[in-house]
Design a protein around this ligand. Sequence first.
Ligand code: FES
Length: 355
Amino acid sequence: MTRIRLHPSGRLVEVGAGATVLESLEKAGYALPNNCRAGACGECKVKVLEGRFDQGFVMDMALAPDERRQGYGLMCMAKPLSDELVIEWGTADAKPKLFPPREGQRFVVTDRIVRTPRIVELRLRPLRDAMRYWPGQYLMLGDPAAGVPLRSYSIANAPRNDGELAVQITRAADGLTSAWAHDTLLPGTRVAVNGPYGTFIGDPSVDTPVLCMAAGSGLAPILALTEAALRRSYADPVTLLFSAATADELYDRGLMAWWEARHRNFRYRPTLTRATPADARALHGRIPALLPTLFSDLARHSVFVAGSPAFVDDCVAAAKSLGAQPGRIHTEGYFPQSPPQTPPAGQLLVQRQAP
Ligand code: FES
């Protein structure tokens, strides 16, 4: 049996046939951070202390040659080759906390709502059990047997009793999966879903003001986190800043208005980056530049940011300059997920020996 040993907790995780380290940890309920699941973002990087693994094809920007030499690996693509792989991850009392993801869960598309010229929202209801997930997590959609690669999409609603999930899908240029979802997942279609995945989740026990910043369909996980917080009568201020290029890319304004009317601690501020807003409440400009005009001190805030990697980086830098604490900043960057082509020679195998 192949297994992963977590250091320093010593906990053991069994590895299924052909599974990556990340998949094995998730199946056991461990929340190893991850995002692209394709060796492109570097979120799942850990140090391998002992054992051999096949790293697969990953990008140098996600795992630099120097980091490889120091023993780091990207666990979303790494498959153990030795009977035991020891990785440095978690605390001494590491405990599982995620719901194990399941593949091939059958859903029916119950509704299809055009949110913007490029974003469509699909409502999916399970044929059997509801998928258990934390707000902020994502699922994977696609039809690999038909040549449509699996892609990750954040779940845009907090868990519901009927198990309905909302996903908001941006039509990407040359995006096979997004075109398939836009054009063929019509109401009534059956679809297989894998999930849940990801660690962009709020801590239900936090007791701080919350600042959420989103751009494009980065709004989706923010919607789920905000809905969950408001639903449990969160008392501290919750502010949502949403950036769009033009007014027709602002969506879910009705829901925002309802939340503002119903929850006095919730504040929504949209901003347009490429057009002058007609709505007096909307702002003009990029969120990182606007942030100091809206907040003087973020030292007590929990900060959630979702959007393109550049948007996330700029928002995080702006939040830190206002005193936001790194331990309270949570991010979800949406990376392009082009499938790897031919692995370069020498990139497949990484080996670490016991010290
Ligand atoms: S590199 Fe592993 S999740 Fe992105």
